[in-house]
Design a protein around this ligand. Structure first.
Ligand code: ATP
Ligand code: MG
Length: 567
């Protein structure tokens, strides 16, 4: 492709709202163009990168026996009502009506539609297993669409769904998908980690996320310094911590004037924070109503909101208003275990089970009390694992990392097949709902993730596998006939060798061309400059910054050999 004829418009200025390198460089390099909040056009460069990622995803999935389909971007609301998700999904689901008052949604994910495709068409265990996927546009009306392609409202996702006769067979496929995803992310050149993820209401260890490690990531991961253990903080566990407390100098209630926070109570009573119980108050939203919840954790711990949400089976936890607390008789700062009210749910962190003398609010102003944690309370794992905690698998030291979620695999079971009545006949002629798995990859997000992991202060650094073009052929001075002729010759040669090349034949200064080369981040620049008259050209390697002066007759081979090495 000749640069002079291409739609590549690089910019000097970054968009004002851009904080991430990927967002800045995608806009400045002319990969994408903003249309509306969270909605972008892909320009030719962006489209080429996305297509390469798409091709790798497809290649690996097809090799693993998956079949590609394409479901409608618009899905009838009816299907979402059948699964019960129409109401529950919240505002991210864009609902609309057509001219005949038919209700529809823009697909944010396609469990319902895929189950609908399979039910009726697959009737016997003999037709199973089946793994169907698509790579197409999704829409989620994200409250905080930001960071360019990282969190769009409209984005490209690969979503796959597998159908099985048994749970064991679904597990086999789940493991196969984990292996396949690892191959995909390795081919994409990413530094990633597979971590245990929150499985929501389904629970269990049935869900894994693939995290591209990056400070730009919005997810916090907990990783072990000794073994393979890794988990999203929403699902991370730690070895239970036990404490020996000294005998308390008081029994029952104690006056703690103005001591509301854990720090204040700990200082006032001269007791460790681990012995004081903190109440975190939230409002839980359910399908049919809302409730105030009290979550109790040690003063030294923090509440993990997703764990808390799962513990009460809520759709969401939000902050409660002071008036709501007042109405229920909750005195912030002094509410404790034992506060009972029909309209309140209480959950205590599992690590507090069995404690015989901890300090908790006395449920009246300026008083705390020493109690034993009641055995018949509701317990759940509620805490956010902290750096320095011990690994649940091997006892190693845990630390936090940031990651970008680029993939998610999930053991669904019968969650959708049951309500949608999608069944088959098993070996004994018995009707059963399909056992399912679901597998997602954020294809457009991967473009941003790749840049986050590979860039410098000048621009992107693409790996050979997903670079928009492998070679940027640059003519130093377009007016020098010798340079132009040699570059034309090299261009033919590069094309003949099937090396994807952008030929920068623009009538602009050499500096401009080099800046664009670095900003866009092509793996190689082949520079035809002053040495052209001696039959020599220069090759620049974007990733290492290496420069080599080579005979022009050797240049194409030099690059193609190098490309083979990186691949
Ligand atoms: P997140 O926690 O980042 O919002 P999610 O858990 O809601 O993601 P899934 O429903 O698991 O996402 O979707 C599958 C994949 O699609 C994710 O792993 C992610 O890579 C990608 N993805 C999800 N939401 C977006 C978005 N708004 N923009 C771009 N990619 C997205
Ligand atoms: Mg997810």
């Amino acid at each position: 492709m000749r640069f002079s004829h291409s739609l590549i418009s690089t910019l000097k200025e970054s968009p004002k709202d851009a904080v991430l390198a990927s967002h800045k460089y995608l806009i400045r390099g002319g990969f994408i163009s903003a249309v509306a909040a969270g909605i972008y056009d892909l320009l030719p460069l962006g489209k080429r990168v996305q297509e390469k990622i798409r091709a790798i995803v497809k290649d690996e999935l097809d090799s693993a026996g998956c079949q590609e389909v394409s479901l409608g971007f618009v899905t009838p609301a009816e299907l979402w009502q059948e699964s019960g998700r129409y109401q529950r999904y919240g505002k991210e689901l864009l609902r609309f009506t057509d001219r005949k008052d038919g209700e529809f949604v823009l697909s944010p994910t396609n469990e319902e539609a895929m189950v609908n495709l399979v039910r009726g068409r697959v009737n016997s265990y003999k037709q199973l297993p089946l793994n169907l996927y698509q790579i197409n546009t999704k829409f989620r009306d994200e409250a905080r669409a930001r960071f360019g392609l990282m969190r769009g409202r409209e984005f490209l996702m690969k979503d796959g769904y597998s159908f099985h006769a048994t749970h064991d067979d679904m597990l086999r496929e789940f493991n196969l998908m984990e292996k396949t995803y690892k191959q995909i992310f390795t081919r994409l050149g990413l530094d990633f980690r597979v971590v245990e993820a929150d499985s929501g209401a389904i629970g269990g260890s049935g869900s894994k996320e693939f995290m591209a490690l990056s400070d730009a990531g919005e997810d916090t991961l907990v990783v072990c310094d000794r073994c393979e253990y890794g988990a999203n903080i929403e699902a991370a566990m730690r070895q239970k911590q036990s404490y020996e407390f000294a005998r308390l100098a008081f029994d029952g209630e104690i006056h703690t004037p103005h001591a509301k926070t854990i720090d204040e109570v700990s200082a006032f009573l001269n007791l460790p924070k681990t012995q004081i119980v903190k109440a975190v108050i939230k409002k839980a939203l359910f399908d049919n109503g809302e409730k105030i919840c009290l979550f109790f954790v040690r003063g030294s711990d923090e509440l993990e909101v997703t764990k808390a949400q799962n513990s009460v089976g809520a759709n969401e936890l939000i902050e409660a208003q002071p008036q709501e607390l007042e109405r229920l008789g909750i005195i912030a700062g002094f509410v404790g275990i034992g506060f009972a009210h029909d309209d309140i749910l209480s959950v205590i962190d599992s690590e507090l089970r069995g404690e015989t003398a901890v300090i908790t609010g006395a449920n009246r102003s300026d008083f705390h009390t020493a109690i034993g944690v009641p055995d018949d309370a509701k317990f759940a794992d509620l805490i956010a694992v902290q750096a320095g905690d011990r690994c649940p698998k091997c006892g190693g030291v845990l630390s936090h990392r940031s990651g970008i979620e680029v993939g998610h695999i999930f053991q669904l079971g019968e969650k959708y097949s049951k309500p949608l009545n999608a069944t088959f006949l098993d070996e004994n002629g018995k009707t059963k709902p399909f056992v399912m798995g679901t597998y997602g990859i954020g294809v457009s997000r991967l473009i941003a993730a790749a840049i986050e992991q590979n860039h410098d202060e000048k621009g992107c650094i693409w790996s050979a596998a997903i670079a928009p073009y492998a070679v940027d052929l640059i003519v130093g001075n377009q007016k020098e006939e010798a340079q132009k002729l040699l570059a034309d010759d090299l261009y033919s040669h590069l094309l003949h060798e099937k090396l994807e090349t952008i030929y920068d034949d623009r009538a602009v200064g050499f500096g401009v061309k080099m800046n664009d080369y670095e900003l866009i981040g092509f793996p190689f620049a082949l520079i035809v400059g002053k040495n052209a008259s001696d039959g020599k050209v220069e090759i620049a390697v974007r990733a290492s910054g290496e420069r080599a002066l080579v005979e022009s007759a050797q240049a194409v081979k030099w690059i193609s050999d190098r490309l083979k090495e990186i691949r």
